[in-house]
Structure formats: structure tokens, C-alpha cells
Design a protein around this ligand. Structure first.
Ligand code: CTP
Length: 402
């Protein structure tokens, strides 16, 4: 339908990039990117006018996001000759608009396009050897200045290599080493660096990618004093186990998995260094609190758990109930003591959601006066319940009366 609209408006349309790559790799893809040879914003507006839905435009980038009436989202970009004056790297004079658009992209595997107009509907277009590299399982840049143009691509190379279990091509690898050696990252904003890093840490198994970051000395881009030794890698492995355990059992519980890996990476850094990293990467105040203050609290509680194992459930609850899932999983990752890990998972699965059955109004009914003592009473009911001493509301009431 979108192709037909293109024909009616006299513009060429292509599906491009990750969607086509994932299609050929038989992987699920969430985003669909369309490139219009012409004015993408104009196309998106007209299409939505005809078909319904919404359209958000970004004039600056000549892009639009169309949300169709069924909620389906399509990113639309413009490929127009006049946009391609900038980068000196590109000998693009005799290329078509779509070819130039694809040539500006990061890796060959991301340069596939599929025609949507009637004349070429469904035709796979491969200008730069993408199919060969998909088959060879190789990540390759399109030209030698790719990382000069955009150093975040170094992180993207690692992300894709890890995600698809691909190898980074020899020349591309030497370009990465060059980027590190000559510190192409100097001008990279903390915000963009964090965005790339977070994407890596959000992958299903980010550990090989983190090891690659270390192999290429990219941790120094995050902070010159950041050290990732073997014990950190080992702890990351434990973090991954904890995360998989949580994902499996609590699929619908929101949990920022990236933050657990990130906390492990920063584990050995002095407070001041972590503070500098959070500020350089422009973490939000709540992210900073999570990484800085709450993490230290988790380490403090872990220290207690490892030395003074609480004999009761209520003791365990008192130590852990201040934490979000992220920090409980962080504690599970950091301990080398099996009984501590088990205690945390026991807290998570069995104790965390226990509440007293009786409420304030039950206490009023018992002729008790509302106030601070209420909280203390409910707390002692909760403790007794956690320790298995109270089975039902009747027993809770009897406990309060006593
Ligand atoms: N791109 C690029 N350089 C970057 C970021 C993106 O050339 N620094 C290009 C890529 O070629 C990619 C397209 O922009 O195909 C869209 O970027 P993005 O949505 O991040 O890529 P996907 O391949 O869809 O990645 P993911 O599967 O992780 O969403």
C-alpha cells in the first residue's frame, strides 16, 4: 500500500537497513525504516492524510515517524541529492539518491534495501556486498573514514558482532584500533556514548561484547581510571545468570538489566570516579542514585549478609526490603557465597510480597488509637508472619491483642 502511494505521488520508496538485514537473518525486527527518494516528510504527511493515523516530523533531519491506525510504526527518511554535500569521504557523484543514502551508513550489513514501488516491488537491492558479508558473518565498514565520521560506530560494530555472533573484518578491526590509538572519541558527547553503551548492555548476553570493549581498551573512553579485570568479567557472568533467572520467573516485572551490568563494571572504581562517570555520561538523577548511592547500600547489606547471616526471615526481609530488583540481582551477582545468593532469591520469591492481612481499620476496631504505634504493631505482625508464626487474620488479631 505504501508503495502504491509512492507511485501515486511519483516517488521511489525502499525499506532499508536493520529490517531487511534481520529479515535475511530470520530474526524478528521491531522497527521498519523506509527511505523516500524525495521529500520524506511530504510523503508521510500525504500518506497519513489518506490512510489515517498520526505523523511526527523532524524538519531538521527531514525524517518523519508515521503511526498507522493499527498502531504500526514506520520511520520515514528522505534521500535527496541536495542533502549529500557534506562528508569529504564520499565519492558519491554518480550514485542515485538511495545508493548515496545507503553509502552513508555504518556497516555493509545495514545497507540492504527492498524496493516498494510497482516497478521493483520486493526486489532486494545490494550495492555494497551486504549479502556476502551476512553470509560470511562479517562486520565491515563501507569506507576507511567511517569511524572518523562517527566514532559511536565502534561500539555499534561490537554490538552487532556480539548479537549475531559475527566477526569484525580485518580492515575494520584495524580501523577500530586506529580510532582508539588516535582517540577519535575525544569529541564524542557523554550522552551518545552512554546511549551506545546502554544498548550493548541491553543485549541478551552482553558479556562477549564487554570483553571486546576491554580487548580494544575502550573502557578508557568511559573513564581513564576504569579498570575491568578478570574478576569483573567473572562477576558479569554471575550477573547474567541472575538476570536470566529473573527474566524467566518475572517476565513482566520491569527491571533495567543494563544497570546491573553497569554496576558490576563500576564495582571496583572509587566513589569519585563513579561520580565522574555518571556526570560525564549524563545519567539522570534517578539513574545516578541507582548506580551510586543505592549500589553502595546494596554492597553494605551484602557485607552484612556474608558475615552475619540473619537467622530469621524477618531479619532477611529487614535487610533487603529497601531494594528494587536491580540491586537484589546485583547482590546475587556479587556474592561468591551460595547460601547468600539463595537467601536473596528466597527473599525475592517468597518474602518480598508478604504483607499483614490486618490493616489500620482492624486495629481501630480493636479500640487501638491510630498513630505511630500502628506502624510498629503492623511491623511486628509482619515480622511474625514472615517467620511463619501467623497463618491467618484470626491469628494476627490474637497476636495484636496479646
Ligand atoms: N546508522 C549509522 N551510523 C550510526 C547509527 C546508525 O550509519 N551511528 C545507520 C545504520 O546503518 C542503521 C540505521 O542508521 O541501519 C538505523 O539505525 P538503528 O536503528 O540504530 O539501526 P538498526 O540496525 O535498526 O539497529 P537495532 O537492530 O539495534 O535497532
Amino acid at each position: 500500500e505504501i508503495g502504491r502511494a509512492g507511485d501515486e505521488l511519483g516517488v521511489n520508496l525502499f525499506v532499508v537497513g536493520g529490517f531487511v538485514r534481520d529479515l535475511l537473518l530470520c530474526r524478528k525486527s521491531d522497527d521498519i525504516d523506509v527511505v523516500v527518494e524525495g521529500d520524506g516528510i511530504d510523503f508521510a504527511r500525504r500518506f497519513i492524510l489518506k490512510k489515517g493515523g498520526r505523523c511526527n516530523t523532524h524538519r531538521e533531519f527531514c525524517t518523519a515517524v508515521m503511526v498507522l491506525p493499527n498502531g504500526f510504526k514506520i520511520d520515514v527518511a528522505s534521500a535527496r541529492m541536495e542533502y549529500y554535500t557534506a562528508p569529504a569521504a564520499l565519492p558519491t557523484v554518480e550514485m542515485s539518491s538511495i545508493q548515496r543514502d545507503l553509502f552513508r551508513r555504518d556497516f555493509t550489513i545495514n545497507t540492504l534495501a527492498v524496493g516498494l514501488n510497482k516497478k521493483n516491488f520486493g526486489t532486494l537491492i545490494d550495492f555494497f556486498g551486504a549479502q556476502r558479508d551476512l553470509k560470511d558473518k562479517t562486520i565491515r565498514t563501507l569506507h576507511n573514514l567511517s569511524f572518523v565520521e562517527d566514532p559511536t560506530r565502534v561500539f555499534r560494530a561490537i554490538k552487532f558482532a556480539n548479537r549475531f555472533d559475527f566477526t569484525i573484518g580485518k580492515l575494520t578491526l584495524s580501523l577500530i584500533r586506529n580510532a582508539v590509538k588516535f582517540d577519535f572519541f575525544r569529541k564524542l558527547s557523554g550522552r551518545r556514548l552512554f546511549s551506545e553503551l546502554k544498548q550493548i548492555l541491553e543485549e541478551e548476553n552482553p558479556i562477549p561484547a564487554i570483553e571486546s570493549l576491554r580487548n580494544y581498551h575502550l573502557e578508557k573512553v568511559i573513564h581513564p581510571d576504569l579498570i575491568m579485570d578478570d574478576s569483573i568479567i567473572e562477576t558479569l557472568g554471575a550477573a547474567q545468570k541472575a538476570v536470566s533467572w529473573h527474566d524467566l520467573l518475572y517476565l513482566n516485572t520491569p527491571c533495567m538489566n543494563w544497570s546491573i551490568y553497569f554496576m558490576v563494571i563500576l564495582k571496583k572504581c572509587p566513589y569519585q570516579v563513579v561520580k565522574e562517570i555518571c556526570s560525564h555520561l549524563r545519567l539522570s538523577p534517578s539513574q545516578t542514585k541507582l548506580i551510586l548511592r543505592d549500589r553502595l547500600k546494596a554492597e553494605e547489606r551484602l557485607y552484612i549478609l556474608e558475615r552475619r547471616f540473619p537467622p530469621t526471615n524477618s531479619g532477611l526481609y529487614a535487610l533487603l526490603n529497601i531494594f528494587k530488583p536491580e540491586h537484589l540481582l546485583y547482590i546475587m551477582a556479587c556474592t561468591r557465597i551460595d547460601r547468600v545468593r539463595k537467601a536473596v532469591s528466597f527473599y525475592y520469591t517468597r518474602l518480598k510480597d508478604i504483607k499483614p492481612t490486618i490493616q489500620g481499620r482492624d486495629l481501630i476496631a480493636l479500640n487501638l488509637k491510630p498513630g505511630r504505634t500502628f506502624q510498629a504493631i503492623l511491623q511486628s505482625v509482619l515480622d511474625a508472619k514472615l517467620d511463619g508464626k501467623l497463618k491467618n487474620k484470626k491469628e494476627e488479631i490474637a497476636f495484636v491483642q496479646k
